[in-house]
Ligand binder design. Structure first.
Ligand code: GRF
Length: 194
């Protein structure tokens, strides 16, 4: 039987500029729909963005998220096929990885395997890139497994850094790449797997 649309749940903890791009990108898609936005922060900007677009939201507490049955039920009742992490700061628990094998996307604001792992998020990443004197940075889209930033890499895009670039300059260059490619790579990957 042909299923009409693949349902995505976006998980985000912050402002949600990537989530916004993804929501806008799939707004008129006939094959993929953003069905749910999940956040662990009740005042996350991403929740306002979702509401603006008429997308259902769910706030999870660290403890609810760590248990399994109830949260999996929230996802299955909405027929979620794929999870997209967009600036989501909690570790995805093992039960969720097992329930969604090669169905959880993450984006990391550096060229993994460099500058990844626990504690490497947001400005910490760009400060590490600067401190290492790297001449390039970029972003990585990968499958999520039980370890931070270690799943199979699906796509990377690079940008050149100038010696005078500050961590803020690096962040800006990388975010531009994230906005340009994340939704497109999600679409291509899901389409190829369908
Ligand atoms: C992005 O840089 C993403 O790579 C990282 O967190 C940031 C989220 O930004 N994981 P936003 O909330 O999408 O604006």
């Amino acid at each position: 039987m042909h299923k009409e649309k693949q349902h995505i749940a976006i998980f985000a903890s912050g402002g949600g500029s990537n989530a916004r791009k993804i929501i806008e990108y799939f707004k008129n898609s006939e094959t993929i729909a953003v069905r749910l936005v999940v956040s662990n922060k009740k005042d996350a900007g991403v929740l306002d963005i979702a509401q603006l677009h008429g997308i259902e939201t769910l706030v999870v507490h660290r403890t609810d998220f760590a248990g399994d049955d109830q949260f999996l039920l929230e996802l299955s009742t909405r027929n979620i096929d794929y999870i997209v992490l967009a600036g989501f700061l909690l570790l995805v628990p093992a039960y969720l990885v097992s329930a969604f094998p090669q169905r959880i996307f993450n984006i990391h604001p550096a060229l993994l395997p460099k500058h990844g792992g626990k504690g490497m998020y947001g400005h910490f990443v760009h400060e590490a890139v600067k401190a290492a004197g790297d001449t390039e940075s970029g972003m990585t889209i990968h499958w999520v497994d039980e370890h931070y930033d270690e799943g199979t890499i699906l796509f990377q895009a690079r940008c050149t850094l100038a010696p005078e670039d500050t961590p803020e300059d690096i962040a800006r260059k990388v975010l531009e790449l994230e906005h340009r490619y994340y939704a497109e790579v999600i679409e291509k990957t899901i389409t190829e797997m369908a």
